[in-house]
Design a protein around this ligand. Structure first.
Ligand SMILES: Nc1ncnc2c1ncn2[C@@H]1O[C@H](COP(=O)(O)OP(=O)(O)O)[C@@H](O)[C@H]1O
Ligand SMILES: [Mg+2]
Length: 322
C-alpha cells in the first residue's frame, strides 16, 4: 500500500488536539511509543499506516523549513551514503490553533511495534539478543566508517535499542536474523555537521525544558549533542539501555558482545573496552538526570496549566520505570 500523509485529517487533529491527553482528542489516536522528549502515535481510522511525531517547538515557518530540510537530508545521507535502511518518511506543518507556534509533524511508515528493539529484547532468547546488539553495531559502523573516510560531513546517531526495528520480525516466533540489516527509526533529530556546522538548530530541542533548566542546558548543549558523534559514548548508551529496560542480568553478555565487536570488526577505531562498573556508574548518573528532567517538566506543566492557566504544548509521558 502507498503511504502518505492525510493532510486534511492531520490538520483537523492539530486543530482539536488535547495536548495533555492526546488519546482523548476529537480525532482519536493510539500511542505507538515514547521517546525521552516525544510521543509517537497513529491516528485511528487513518487510511494509511503512518506513525506521527508531533513537534511543537517552532516559532515560525522559517525555523520549521530549516528543520525539515535537515531531516530530509539526514534521512538521505543515512539511506544513500551510508546504506542504513530507514522507513518511508515525510513531514507536514500547521500553525497551532492559537497561532503562537508552528507545529511540525514528522511522518513515517508505521512499523510493527513488536519489531522495535526495546520490545524485541524482552521477547527473544540470549542468542537473539546477541544478534540484535551485533546488528546495531554493524549499522553504527557504517556511520563511523563514513565519518573516518572524510572530514567534511560528520554524522551523529542515537544507537539506543528503541531506535531500531527488526525487518520481517514475526511476533509469533521472535528471533533476530543475524544476516539481515536493521532499520533505523529515530530520524527526526537530524544530527550531522557540514564543515563543523550543526545542520539543525539544536537549541530547539530544549524547548520542552522548563525555563530555568533550559538556561542551564543551553550552556552544555554542545556537549550533549557531541556524545552522538562519539562511537564509544553511543555504544555506552546502548549497553546502559539494558538497565533502563529492567534487564540488568543481560548487561555482562551485551557488554562482552560490544567489546568483541570493537576488538574484531572495528579494531582500526582503537576503542577502549567497557567494564560493567563503568557502565553502571554512567547509568546511575544518566538516570538521575532524566528523572530530574521529567519531574521538573511535570512541575512546570502544573505551574503553567493549574496556577497560571496558560497553555502547555507538550505531551508528557507517565512515570517511566528505570
Ligand atoms: N515508524 C514507527 N512505527 C512504529 N513505532 C514507531 C515508529 N517510529 C517511532 N516509533 C515508536 O516511538 C518511539 C520513539 O520514537 P523515536 O523516533 O525514537 O523518538 P525519540 O526521538 O523521542 O526517541 C520508538 O522507540 C518506537 O517505539
Ligand atoms: Mg528514540
Amino acid at each position: 500500500m502507498r503511504v502518505e500523509i492525510d493532510r486534511t485529517l492531520l490538520a483537523e487533529f492539530e486543530r482539536t488536539v488535547d495536548t495533555a491527553h492526546p488519546e482523548r482528542s476529537k480525532i482519536p489516536v493510539k500511542v505507538l511509543g515514547y521517546g525521552e522528549i516525544s510521543l509517537v502515535f497513529e491516528i485511528i481510522g487513518d487510511k494509511h499506516p503512518v506513525a506521527y511525531k508531533r513537534l511543537p517547538i517552532f516559532d515560525d515557518e522559517s525555523q520549521v523549513i530549516r528543520h525539515v530540510n535537515a531531516y530530509k537530508e539526514y534521512t538521505r545521507l543515512l539511506r544513500d551514503d551510508l546504506g542504513i535502511a530507514v522507513p518511508w518518511s515525510d513531514a507536514a506543518w500547521f500553525p497551532s490553533a492559537d497561532g503562537r507556534l508552528v507545529v511540525l509533524y514528522c511522518a513515517q511508515a508505521k512499523l510493527d511495534p513488536a519489531s522495535i528493539g526495546n520490545q524485541v529484547i524482552h521477547a527473544v532468547d540470549e542468542a537473539g539478543l546477541g544478534s540484535l546488539v551485533w546488528g546495531v553495531m554493524q549499522e553504527l559502523k557504517k556511520v563511523w566508517a563514513f565519518n573516518k573516510r572524510q572530514s567534511r560531513i560528520q554524522i551523529g546517531i542515537d544507537g539506543q535499542v528503541s531506535n531500531w526495528s527488526v525487518p520481517g520480525y514475526d511476533r509469533a516466533s521472535p528471533a533476530v536474523d543475524p544476516g539481515k540489516p536493521l532499520s533505523y527509526v529515530d530520524t527526526s533529530t537530524p544530527m550531522y555537521r557540514v564543515d563543523g556546522e550543526e545542520a539543525m538548530d539544536a537549541t530547539l530541542l530544549l524547548r520542552s525544558a522548563p525555563g530555568l533548566l533550559r538556561g542551564m542546558l543551553m550552556g552544555m548543549l554542545h556537549e550533549v549533542v557531541d556524545r552522538y558523534y562519539d562511537w564509544r559514548l553511543v555504544a555506552n548508551d546502548l549497553i546502559a539501555n539494558f538497565y533502563k529496560e529492567q534487564m540488568p542480568s543481560a548487561v555482562p553478555a551485551v557488554l562482552a558482545r560490544i567489546n568483541e565487536f570493537f576488538e574484531t570488526e572495528a579494531s582500526e577505531f582503537g576503542i577502549k573496552p567497557f567494564t560493567v562498573e563503568e557502565v553502571k556508574k554512567y547509568y546511575k548518573r544518566d538516570k538521575q538526570i532524566w528523572v530530574l528532567f521529567q519531574n521538573l517538566r511535570r512541575f512546570d506543566r502544573f505551574v503553567k496549566t493549574k496556577l497560571l492557566r496558560k497553555p502547555y504544548d507538550f505531551y508528557l509521558p507517565g512515570k517511566i520505570k528505570r
